[in-house]
Design a protein around this ligand. Sequence first.
Ligand SMILES: [Ca+2]
Ligand SMILES: [Ca+2]
Length: 192
Amino acid sequence: MPFMIDPYRGSGDDGGTGTGIPVGPGYFWDAETGDMSGWTTTAGNPRVRDNQPNRHAPQGDAIYDGGTVAFSSCYQRIDLASVPNLSLASIDAGTTNIDSLWWGGTFEQGGNDQPQLSFIFRDSGLSELDTYDSGFKTPLPAVGGMRWDQYHENTDVPANTRYIDVVMSFQRNTGSNNDGAIDHIRISFIEE
Ligand SMILES: [Ca+2]
Ligand SMILES: [Ca+2]
């Protein structure tokens, strides 16, 4: 696979199985699980494509994509109280950032479909405090029939946040398949 190693992959994570269990100070999710377990779908039919010809993965063999509808979205919810070493006091002092490296992809077909990563910050009662969106991405580096790029997000976690929904969204622009794609989402928390 002619692709670079995820620089976050290494000490502290489990090497790609992506179980969604907090590992050290961070999380990651990867489609190598082979299915959408752990994700809650809120729109469309996000899915895993495993070892598909012309849909090369930046990590392993499997990727998430947007299925067969115009828009798909799903999330996993992080309970901040369960994150090792994360101080809720520092959350409430406004001194903690959430940081992510993630791979965004698309299938090259002209007018390419697009992926987006978002965070929804929720309080203890799950009320929404704020949101952050990466914006819908247009990856350019070609890998087989795909284009992939690695994106970096970093934003403040609002005071009183107790849960963060990490949201994958996929926007179809061309064709019948929604080929917005995501792989290997790495999440960590940083105290300022
Ligand atoms: Ca993968
Ligand atoms: Ca398409």
